[in-house]
Design a protein around this ligand. Structure first.
Ligand code: AMP
Length: 218
């Protein structure tokens, strides 16, 4: 099963991806995590990407598309694309790549959430500097303060989770990424989840059944 997850910053794309992994050995391809790893390792891509990410801007399409193409070439199936595509050009490019690799996309899961919830959530979000796992200091803290439950790494606040940058990221989401939702709706691939009504942690079984139905149709 091949999935795309869309959602504003802080909607829970990473948490959703972790929840759905209990049903299948998905490869989680999160562009933001991959860019942050490059930044940490100070690669050429990381140096360029950081100039955009720190300002809350999108990394240019050509760099991001190439990154995804090499990831897809490696995994071929059963993946979750988290954070890609983020604009219409990327969505069209993804279709081209999947056609070339002969991989069908099963569904696009779009997580919708109120803006106030996002801002509040991101204020208390910390991420592991080693494995990229994310925690909420208020609602889902780690057992030991400042230390990742998953790998023992150090927890940090993301620089781009500061309130000014978050506002900018939300604007970019509305302007660039929301049109991608319609793109998948027109293809009959969209599964919308209203995070105010459905809790994808406790109701993940229902969501999984809906995804299985989609898989049969593909
Ligand atoms: P995320 O962890 O998904 O919130 O991504 C963090 C940042 O990485 C974004 O604000 C962008 O600057 C960059 N980024 C992630 N995915 C993409 C993408 N598909 N296209 C361009 N930039 C991206």
């Amino acid at each position: 099963m091949q999935l795309v997850i869309l959602g504003a910053p802080g909607a829970g794309k990473g948490t959703f991806s972790q929840s759905i992994k209990k049903y299948k050995q998905f490869t989680h391809i999160a562009t933001g995590d991959i860019f942050r790893k490059h930044i940490k390792d100070q690669t050429d891509l990381g140096k360029v990407a950081s100039t955009y990410i720190e300002k809350g801007k999108l990394v240019p399409n050509d760099l991001t598309d190439d990154l995804i193409f090499s990831e897809l070439n490696l995994v071929k199936k059963d993946f979750i694309l988290d954070g890609y595509p983020r604009n219409l050009d990327q969505a069209k490019k993804l279709d081209e790549m999947l056609r070339e690799l002969k991989i069908p996309l099963t569904a696009c899961v779009s997580l919708s959430i109120e803006q106030e919830v996002i801002v509040d959530r991101l204020r208390s979000r910390v991420v592991c500097s080693n494995c990229a796992y994310s925690y909420n200091l208020k609602t889902a803290p780690t057992k030991t303060k400042g230390i990742c439950d998953n790998c023992g790494g150090k927890l940090v606040h993301r620089k781009d989770d500061s309130p000014e940058i978050v506002t900018h990221r939300i604007q970019i989401y509305e302007r660039e990424t929301e049109p991608v939702i319609n793109y998948y709706e027109e293809q009959g691939k969209l599964l919308e989840i209203d995070c105010g009504e459905i809790d994808f942690v406790t109701q993940i079984d229902e969501i999984w059944s809906l995804l299985l139905e989609r898989e049969v149709k593909v």
